[in-house]
Design a protein around this ligand. Structure first.
Ligand SMILES: [Zn+2]
Ligand SMILES: [Zn+2]
Length: 297
């Protein structure tokens, strides 16, 4: 078999040499595996470590700050090369390069990015990159800090002040429920609560959260439920209206086995169904009433 030579530098080629009659080092000079800037800016949320990619804030899978940086660099810069060119990357942080602000926040660091071609791992490129970290608040943390953002209102009502203690219990349960949701997803929270004559209004960050609370309450209490929505603006990017959702919840003022009086006759609450109450008098005569009856009376 005749010997082959590199068309650029003249070096003898073996069967492992890449295409086009070039040696590996000349091939890489001519066809860089990837090209990246030597300095990049990375926007990171001060409160939650979400990082910005184009116009979006991405929630990292990692919790450790340095791992978040690696994840952000990979997702914003490297991922696209990996898909199209079949390159595998590794990122190393130079721990001696870390610079800090007066508040001990990492403001910049240097990375060594190494990528190799999957079908020929001898084709490797190494790239040194400086990352300048810019701290901002993501849209969710801005909303959280301002304490005024909400999308829906849950209106809890009882018949009169005799039921306020029961209502306080309900509110405590809702608070615990929402705190648990918040630890799983920091977009779910109560923005504020406002006392009303016969109850309170709870302002919520998402409609999803309102629906979760309603299902939670449905498994524990009987109530009348009325939903409404109000157009409050327009989402110009998505070309559709922004609605504020309201749900009114009126807790039924009777429980199973309560004795109540209707037209001077005494009845016992025998059973409470989805929206009806079955009553029974001392002769075992049954009477069925809609939930509405107990609020109008
Ligand atoms: Zn060569
Ligand atoms: Zn944030």
């Amino acid at each position: 078999m005749p010997q082959r030579f590199c068309a650029i530098c003249g070096k003898i080629l073996d069967e492992k040499s890449p295409h086009f009659g070039m040696c590996t080092s000349c091939y890489i000079k001519e066809n860089p595996l990837f090209e990246l800037p030597t300095t990049v800016k990375l926007k990171i949320c001060l409160d939650c470590y979400r990082y910005s990619k184009k116009e979006e804030w991405i929630k990292p899978n990692e919790e450790d700050f340095l791992l978040v940086i690696k994840e952000a660099v990979y997702n914003t810069l490297l991922k696209s090369f990996e898909k199209n060119e079949f390159i595998t990357f590794s990122i190393d942080i130079d721990m001696n390069s870390l610079e800090f602000s007066s508040k001990d926040l990492i403001t910049s660091l240097e990375l060594k990015i190494e990528g190799f071609l999957n079908e020929d791992p001898s084709i490797i490129k190494e790239h040194l990159m400086k990352v300048n970290v810019i701290y901002e608040l993501c849209s969710n943390c801005l909303n959280l800090r301002s304490g005024t953002y909400f999308t829906s209102i849950l209106q809890l009502r009882v018949k009169n002040s005799n039921y306020f203690e029961m209502l306080n219990g309900v509110f405590d349960q809702i608070t615990n429920f929402v705190n648990k949701k918040f630890t799983e997803d920091d977009r779910q929270y109560i923005s504020k609560t406002v006392d009303q004559k016969h109850g309170l209004d709870i302002y919520l960050s998402t409609n999803e959260l309102m629906n979760h609370i309603i299902s939670y309450l449905k498994n524990r209490y009987h109530f009348l439920l009325k939903r409404s929505k109000k157009l409050v603006g327009r989402d110009t990017q998505r070309g559709r209206g922004i609605y504020r959702l309201k749900t009114l919840i009126k807790f039924l003022p009777v429980e199973k086995n309560d004795i109540i009086e209707i037209d001077t006759q005494k009845f016992m609450v025998e059973q409470i169904l989805k929206n009806k109450v079955i009553l029974k008098n001392k002769n075992n005569d049954k009477l069925v009433k809609d939930f509405d009856f107990f609020f109008n009376e």
